[in-house]
Design a protein around this ligand. Structure first.
Ligand code: ZN
Length: 242
């Protein structure tokens, strides 16, 4: 089975469209979305509709929960709070209804999928350091855990407690002796100083994972955000990739 894995779209329709177009080339069997379809960007309804049509498994992220008022957003920064307020005011009832159906994790064979962490997925903690990863490895039984949430693609491998960045288009060979936590990065708001949309391809027969990046029309996304009155900080960061 070949999986496409996407995360953190954040209402960025141009980025999502570019990823969906390119991902067709990989002849995937299933597309899995790890959450945060909305928040920050100007097209939450359109992104929800595309995800609904194209993804076989869709998980909720903290911004999706915030849009449903299921989480306290007092720990969100001002820009994120403003954007969530805007999103709540602009979501259609059918979009809300779809977000309400989302689970927070998915397991298949030896693979665990979640937005934030396998430990208490709705606490929305981050796995940023080797110590975070070390703790998280105790909290799931499967060989591989795919995550999003930080918007930074990275792989943690438990055998050597090793952390390394995923190099674009460089295949990771999944060794049966190791366990992995793999962050697939962000479609709609990358924060690893690369402004291109990120997505991953996991092949459970070839035992490979590859991260891809795709250019999209950032200026078009930014123009829509400006027209919507979304915070300038969120608009500028897209071109900086941070
Ligand atoms: Zn996010």
């Amino acid at each position: 089975m070949r999986y496409g894995i996407i995360s953190d779209i954040h209402g960025n329709l141009e980025a999502l469209g570019a990823v969906l177009e390119e991902i067709q080339k990989h002849k995937i069997d299933q597309l899995i979305c790890l959450g945060d379809i909305v928040g920050y960007g100007a097209n939450p309804n359109e992104c929800i509709e595309l995800v609904r049509q194209n993804c076989q498994v869709v998980l909720a992220g903290n911004h999706d929960y915030a849009a449903l008022k299921k989480v306290d957003t007092s720990n969100f920064n001002n820009y994120a709070q403003d954007a969530i307020g805007w999103t709540i005011g602009n979501l259609k009832p059918e979009s809300n209804a779809f977000l309400e159906t989302l689970k927070v994790f998915h397991k298949v064979d030896q693979v665990y999928f979640v937005h934030s962490t396998p430990m208490d997925p709705t606490e929305w903690n981050y796995i940023l350091s080797t110590f975070d990863a070390y703790q998280s490895f105790q909290e799931f039984q499967e060989q591989i855990c795919f995550i999003g949430h930080s918007h930074v693609p990275i792989i943690f491998m438990n055998r050597q407690r090793h952390r390394y960045d995923i190099l674009e288009k460089k295949e990771l060979h999944i060794d049966q002796k190791n366990r992995y936590i793999i962050n697939v990065g962000s479609v709609g708001q990358p924060r690893d100083l690369d402004s291109r949309a990120a997505y991953g391809i996991f092949d459970d027969e070839l035992r490979t994972f590859t991260l891809y990046r795709v250019e999209y029309d950032i200026e078009k996304t930014q123009a829509k955000m400006r027209a919507a009155g979304l915070p300038e900080f969120l608009i500028v960061r897209l071109q900086l990739g941070k």
